[in-house]
Design a protein around this ligand. Structure first.
Ligand SMILES: C[S@@+](CC[C@H](N)C(=O)[O-])C[C@H]1O[C@@H](n2cnc3c(N)ncnc32)[C@H](O)[C@@H]1O
Length: 364
């Protein structure tokens, strides 16, 4: 059975676990350190620890951090169940009514009042930055916060995609046009169900490290891991394709951000429309890899971009690798079409990135 923690929460532009599994098996041995500096939903670090490797991960987006941490620092099932019961006992619906009323129109169309009061309480009560148990519960809420609720009872919102949070005005218009109303869900009941479902799979046998940080700060934040990484498997933001901060705005709100989409508050790298800026970011990535990677180590990059073919991507990547200060050789590359769901969920009008390319480098 596929490990159920892998799909804890969908994330835009995520790569499948088979991709991480293939490269970890091919390029590393047990106890090697695997790095993903743009970890998203944490597939590479989670797969690494499942396969008996050590994992170091980083992402600037708190949603990515929360979901990855839940997977690689997983609390015991009993602790999660006890905490849900404790939270339910503490919950007082009336205390959240005025906060609920003060929210923008989107929230009233997106969530049933009873559900929204519970979501607001959990948003305030969960100490997801400091407690592994609360982090798991927050990740479970994030995974259910929005989605195809007309088809599945495990989503809290009115009908929405589960990968990206649609913009408020668009969502409200869409629900009105179709006469869709928010479903009434009991969040505590749903959480109990989701906990039982996820923990059908065994949590990973060891813990990994994940940081909520800009990847440029990795060498400073984990100096003891410098020069120790045997393999980096990662997928940086693509050139001019999407913006992770905007696309995750509702989940970011649950973790404490503004009740509307923001742009460039969290990350300046999420969407570079201009190639020069984009390649500066990729050069920064190589600078970091140059400091973090062990001798004769491997780097696997999945990359795409508007208006970039695989040959040009390869040339630009190799040119940027000079910033690592190390000798880098391209061993292989493979181009694959972006399939079904991911293409659908690229933002409207975002044509031109129909394929992505996997690059395998050796760094001496
Ligand atoms: C293509 S996604 C990675 C998806 C991931 N491979 C997965 O399977 O979920 C790129 C990630 O880079 C993150 N990011 C953007 N700028 C960053 C930065 N300066 N440092 C670290 N992470 C960053 C985004 O938040 C996003 O999660």
């Amino acid at each position: 059975m596929r490990n159920r923690f892998h799909s804890l929460c969908p994330y835009f532009a995520m790569f499948p676990e088979a991709f991480a599994e293939k490269w970890i098996a091919h390029l590393t041995r047990p106890n090697d350190l695997v790095l993903d500096p743009f970890c998203g939903r944490g597939t590479a670090p989670f797969q690494a620890i499942l396969m008996g490797r050590d994992a170091l991960a980083c992402d600037i987006n708190p949603v990515a951090y929360c979901v990855t941490r839940a997977k690689i620092v997983t609390p015991p099932l009993g602790a999660v169940r006890r905490r849900i019961t404790q939270l339910q006992r503490q919950f007082r619906a009336a205390a959240w009514e005025s906060v609920r009323r003060s929210l923008p129109e989107f929230f009233h169309a997106a969530f049933h009042p009873r559900t929204l009061r519970q979501v607001l309480f959990l948003r305030s009560a969960l100490r997801w930055k400091t407690s592994a148990t609360d982090c798991m519960i927050a990740a479970l809420v994030l995974g259910s916060l929005h989605g195809e609720s007309r088809k599945s009872p495990f989503y809290l919102s009115n009908q929405m995609p589960r990968t990206v949070s649609t913009k408020p005005a668009y969502s409200v218009r869409f629900w009105r046009q179709h006469g869709f109303v928010a479903p009434e869900r009991d969040v505590f009941e749903l959480l109990r169900n989701r906990v039982s479902f996820r923990y059908e799979s065994a949590p990973a046998p060891r813990q990994g490290i994940v940081l909520n940080a800009d990847m440029r700060d990795l060498p400073r934040l984990v100096p003891d891991r410098r020069g120790k990484v045997k393999c980096a498997i990662t997928s940086p933001p693509y050139l001019d394709v999407t913006n992770f901060e905007e696309d995750q705005w509702l989940r970011l709100w649950f973790l404490g951000s503004a009740p509307h989409p923001t742009y460039r508050v969290i990350s300046r790298d999420d969407r570079h429309e201009r190639p020069d800026r984009y390649w500066n970011m990729i050069a920064d990535m190589w600078r970091v890899l140059g400091q973090m990677m062990a001798r004769r180590a491997h780097v696997v990059l999945r990359l795409g971009g508007r208006g970039l073919d695989s040959e040009r991507l390869g040339r630009c990547l190799l040119a940027a690798s000079a910033f690592s200060g190390r000798r880098v050789s391209l061993i292989d590359s493979e181009c694959s079409p972006i399939r079904g769901r991911q293409t659908d969920s690229f933002r409207p009008g975002a044509t031109g990135c129909l394929s992505e390319v996997d690059f395998w480098f050796q760094i001496d």
